[in-house]
Design a protein around this ligand. Structure first.
Ligand SMILES: Cc1ncc(C[n+]2csc(CCOP(=O)(O)OP(=O)(O)O)c2C)c(N)n1
Ligand SMILES: [Mg+2]
Length: 1013
């Protein structure tokens, strides 16, 4: 194939040059498209010097040359280029009916071959894709037979086109055919209502597979039974929209009118997928046609859809204090059902809830699909598949599409192929395609991933069904992405109350008079006499009567108990149901055992010297229990969770080694390059994927979305995404805003996803210092002026909050906060401001006894060993310390700097408390400390600028805690930290050092702090 492609450009040039010299001598035929007006005779062969005999065959244009070549080949096949060898072997071995091999014959066959190939490459350019017929595309010259020297006189002549190792028209087994029949089939196959784009795929097997499907001897035909089913499905799709339109005339529903064939297309696709082994499909789609998909494809009860339409998605009246969240508009909600298929199987369909942000759901769907594959042991990824539906505008415009496509073949992210369907209504709100994209097709982005693309005229139901089935077959055969581009139109405005003629007057003049796909199909069937009017009317009546019946039933429809808990989530608690706080300490013997397992390396493994040392140090930490650092604390959290049967998955850029070269969770043998991951070897016969650590593509949006989707499938998994530096998280802002912070509230779906965002001021400049803590805190939904129930036996504070934000300062506390994610009966996202310089800080170490659950050990308090939301002053203060003059509340690594300065200045009258969990605020512990130091000046100290960090979040909450104790007013909260700033940090290291010094010095100054009041 490669030689063919490379050479074809040259040949085309040569042909063009030759053709330009030849006079016209044929009349136009209706087989040739209107651009084929050139009247050329066959090209006159050019002499080619014998010295070029070894050239590749597509370079040659002279019959003399060819004859010379043939002679040379006959004498010694190896004397000519391999491509010529193949060529002659085929032609010499042809059937006896062949007119014999002469230079002229070879010439013609060669030119015909180029013509065939042009159809394969460019046939889609001539396909009738636009139902409105408005498309003005220039038909490529390459599809003009005259370009290759063929005239009308050639139409009934017979030609060879057999070529070795090709299928379809180019297969060696094709008999001799007339030019007319070849052209007819090419036109039917490539220029009908389907436009195939696949010649960009650099894999002969795949191209041949498609060619076999496309270049069939006869055009594809469905039988009567299939046609009746398709008709029935199209009637459902069409009537559904009509019904909604008549019942709710002014409601926005983002109807499917103009693209109704999507529904039968999807159903037939799913049936075909089920026939080929698919048992479960995860679907993501935007607003357009969503209700129709929910009702007709996913089979959400129509009465429920109608009930939601009438009343909005009202909170379900199912008792007091129901967990309904804020809800969402009807065309965003997700659901899942089991649906019977045409072939008599059952298929599970889940439509993932999505925000208005187009395409943002793509990676979420793919991540959820991957998780389903893990939990159903779908090793070859043929039982669970993702299907994404896109709009033409958003598919071309949104970058996350490209980011998601790029996950498709990555070992730890692949799902064995996503099927993409574009509802290409040739407009995006009011924007025409020519203003909305720079590529010819809205699907061109998928070509970068070598996905085949099937463009289809949305008015041709059978063609839509055909490509939908073909897409399912491709996915099941080649386990890679495939795109169906349904070219259709939007009968009404962007929504039903929008006026489209303001901006697309001409298009809408055509649309007004354009029959629906259903009318077109019905007429086709009636004309062909295949289905009678009575049968059609009967289906219509049946559908309408069911719709009416469901509408009546919707009036007293009582929603089922909310279905937020998927199978794996049974027993998990909603925020109304209290979840007991559990300890997270681990038995010392287990800690030792897993500690040894994850520090042992295979005998002959040769790690890098520095890594070897790190592992020796870790082994030492287990042995002595001393000096456990951040990375090892994390590894112990992962390992203990795995021992308990949980799945752990950490993904993000360079996470295997760790951006700061601290994790080294995958080790590389320095001689063989072999990899070894100690956390894969904790339990006997551990499943390879049970612990997954994976460097991701250089994407934030798609990768975070993927992990979010992954985390939502099963609660018994700790899924973590780590940003390279915390501020890169803003590349995934949509996932934070639309999914992570608000998803539970909108869609009642929980997730325990952990985001590790490196944060801290070490003088590395504006882009490497801040994870924008303030943003996460600002999105937190706890009321700053209300202290919730804080009693440990009644506390639901975290359950009622949208997420947790922590800035942890010890390896042990990090260990416990990770384990806490799993050791509770609910799931909540966790945002971690993770450290950089603490990874190697001499004081940022924990003792193994802080990880275990033994009474009397340092981590053990009244309840046992668990995450410390606040770490009190380390100077062994009593319950009442009247001599303390200043209480500094801080968070994160600044603590260590403050402590050092305190030691330096010997300020025994200053207490420093670390607020490890910023959100939700540990009111009980803050109040405990306020009471401990009744005379202390209260200081909030941070290293971030005043308009950043936790200051704005903490102030009102600290005030609320103080007020409840009659402990002063807002003026009594003193601020020590950087001044407000636009950039997060200075780019000058010396300025950083000076600023940092000023902060710690000010915090320890003997005189009272006056700032900011
Ligand atoms: C990320 C994002 N940007 C902008 C919008 C606003 N918006 C809603 S629909 C729409 C047009 C979408 O066009 P297309 O993808 O072709 O889908 P269609 O509505 O035509 O089905 C726009 C711009 C949005 N929802 N999401
Ligand atoms: Mg559109």
């Amino acid at each position: 194939m490669a030689w063919f492609r490379a050479a074809s450009g040259l040949t085309r040039l040569a042909l063009r040059r030759t053709l330009a010299r030849t006079p016209p001598n044929i009349t136009q035929t209706r087989h040739f498209h209107p651009t084929a007006l050139r009247r050329h005779a066959a090209p006159v062969p050019r002499p080619v010097p014998l010295s070029r005999l070894t050239d590749s065959f597509l370079d040659g244009t002279s019959s003399v040359y060819l004859e010379e070549l043939q002679r040379a080949w006959e004498a010694d096949p190896s004397s000519v280029d391999e491509s010529w060898d193949n060529f002659f072997r085929n032609f010499v071995g042809q059937a006896p009916t062949s007119p014999g091999i002469s230079g002229q014959t070879i010439q013609e066959s060669m030119r015909l071959l180029l013509l065939v190939r042009s159809y394969q490459v460019n046939g889609h350019m001539k396909a009738k894709l636009d139902p409105l017929g408005l498309e003005q595309r220039e038909i490529p010259e390459e599809l003009d037979p005259a370009l290759y020297g063929f005239t009308e006189a050639d139409l009934d002549r017979e030609f060879f086109i057999g070529v070795w190792r090709m299928s379809g028209f180019l297969s060696e087994n094709r008999p001799v055919q007339t030019l007319r029949s070849i052209l007819n089939r090419l036109e039917q196959a490539y220029c009908g209502t389907i436009g195939y784009e696949y010649m960009h795929i650099p894999d002969r097997e795949k191209c041949n597979w498609l060619r076999e499907k496309i270049e069939t001897v006869k055009p594809m035909e469905y039988d009567h039974e299939r046609r009746t089913v398709m008709l029935d499905r199209l009637i459902w799709s069409t009537q559904f929209e009509n019904f909604l339109a008549t019942k709710w005339t002014t409601a926005k529903r983002f109807g499917l009118e103009g693209a109704e064939t999507l529904i039968p297309g999807m159903k037939e696709m799913f049936d075909r997928a089920a026939d080929m082994g698919v048992e479960s499909i995860v679907i993501g789609m935007p607003h357009r046609g969503r209700l129709n998909v929910l009702g007709n494809v996913v089979r959400k009860p129509l009465r429920q859809i109608f009930s939601e339409f009438s009343g909005g998605t009202k909170p379900v009246n199912e008792g007091e204090g129901l967990y309904t969240g804020t809800g969402d508009v009807k065309y965003h909600l997700g659901t899942s059902y089991d649906r019977p298929t045409r072939g008599g199987k059952r298929i599970h369909l889940s439509l993932v809830a999505n925000p208005s942000h187009l395409e943002a759901v793509d990676p979420v769907v793919v991540g959820k699909t991957r998780a389903k594959q893990y939990y159903t042991s779908d090793a070859d990824r043929t039982k669970v598949t993702g299907v994404l539906i896109h709009g033409d505008g958003s598919f071309a415009g949104q970058g996350v599409v490209y980011e998601t496509l790029h996950l498709s073949a990555l070992p730890n992210y692949t799902t064995g192929g996503t099927i993409h369907i574009v509802v290409n209504n040739q407009v995006a709100f009011t924007t025409d395609p020519k203003a909305g994209r720079s590529s010819q097709y809205c699907t061109d982005v998928a070509k970068a991933l070598n996905a085949p693309i099937f463009h289809v005229n949305g008015d041709d139901l059978e063609a839509v069904v055909h490509v939908c089935e073909l897409a399912a077959e491709w996915r099941q055969t080649f386990h890679s992405d495939v795109v169906v581009d349904i070219v259709c139109y939007r009968r009404f405005g962007h929504n039903e109350i929008d006026e489209p003629s303001f901006t697309q007057p001409k298009m809408y003049q055509v649309i007004r008079n354009h029959p629906s796909a259903l009318e077109i199909y019905q007429n086709k069937l009636l004309e062909s006499g295949q289905i009678s009017k009575e049968v059609i009317d009967k289906i219509h009546k049946k559908v309408l009567s069911i719709l009416n019946e469901e509408f009546i039933n919707s009036k007293d429809y009582i929603p089922r108990r909310r279905d937020w808990l998927a199978a794996y989530w049974a027993g998990f608690k909603t925020p109304e149901q209290i979840s007991r706080i559990r300890n997270t300490g681990v038995k010392p013997e287990i800690l030792k055992r897993v500690g040894q397992a994850i520090t042992a390396l295979p005998e002959n493994f040769k790690p890098h010297r520095a890594v070897k040392k790190i592992y020796e140090q870790r082994a030492q930490m287990v042995e002595t229990g001393e000096g456990i650092d951040w990375a090892f604390g994390e590894a112990l959290a992962f390992a203990t969770l795995i021992v308990e049967g949980n799945h752990v998955r950490l993904s993000g850029q360079d996470v295997e080694r760790g951006t700061f070269s601290h994790r080294h969770s995958v080790i590389h043998d320095q001689e063989t390059g072999e990899k070894y991951c100690p956390l894969d070897h904790i339990i006997m016969n551990q499943d390879e994927e049970m612990f997954t650590v994976s460097n991701s593509s250089l994407s934030e949006f798609a990768v975070l979305g993927f992990e979010l989707g992954y985390s939502m499938e099963n609660p018994n998994s700790l899924v973590l995404w780590e940003a390279q530096f915390g501020d890169f998280a803003n590349g995934a802002q949509v996932i934070f805003d639309q999914f992570l912070s608000s998803g539970e509230s909108k869609w009642l779906r929980q997730t325990g996803l952990v985001c590790l965002l490196p944060h801290g001021y070490d003088g590395q400049g504006p882009e490497h210092s801040s994870a924008r803590l303030e943003r996460f805190l600002q999105m937190s939904d706890d009321n700053p002026y209300v202290i919730p129930e804080m009693d440990p036996t009644l506390r639901k504070q975290i359950q009622e909050c949208n997420w947790q934000v922590v800035n942890v300062t010890t390896p042990a506390n990090y260990f416990h906060v990770l384990r806490r994610q799993i050791h509770r009966d609910f799931r909540k996202p966790l945002i971690v401001m993770s450290p950089k310089n603490l990874l190697r800080h001499k004081d940022c170490k924990s003792h193994l006894s802080e990880f275990d659950d033994l009474v009397g050990h340092p981590g053990f308090d009244k309840q046992g060993t668990r995450f410390k939301r606040l770490i009190k002053d380390q100077n062994d203060h009593k319950d009442l310390e009247e001599g303390i003059n200043r209480l500094i509340l801080c968070s994160g690594k600044l603590y260590y700097e403050l402590d050092e300065e305190r030691k330096k200045k010997d300020r025994k009258d200053v207490a420093i408390c670390r607020v490890e969990q910023l959100c939700p605020v540990p009111y009980d512990l803050i109040q405990r400390e306020l009471k401990r130091y009744p005379n202390a000046e209260i200081v909030w100290c941070q290293e971030e600028p005043m308009n950043m960090g936790a200051y704005n979040y903490i102030t009102p909450r600290l005030l609320t805690a103080m007020k409840a104790l009659n402990r002063g007013s807002i003026e009594d909260i003193k601020y020590v930290g950087r001044a407000p700033s636009a950039a997060t940090a200075t780019g000058f290291y010396s300025v950083h050092v000076q600023e940092q010094t000023e902060i710690v010095q000010k915090a320890m100054q003997p005189e009272p702090i006056r700032y900011p009041y």
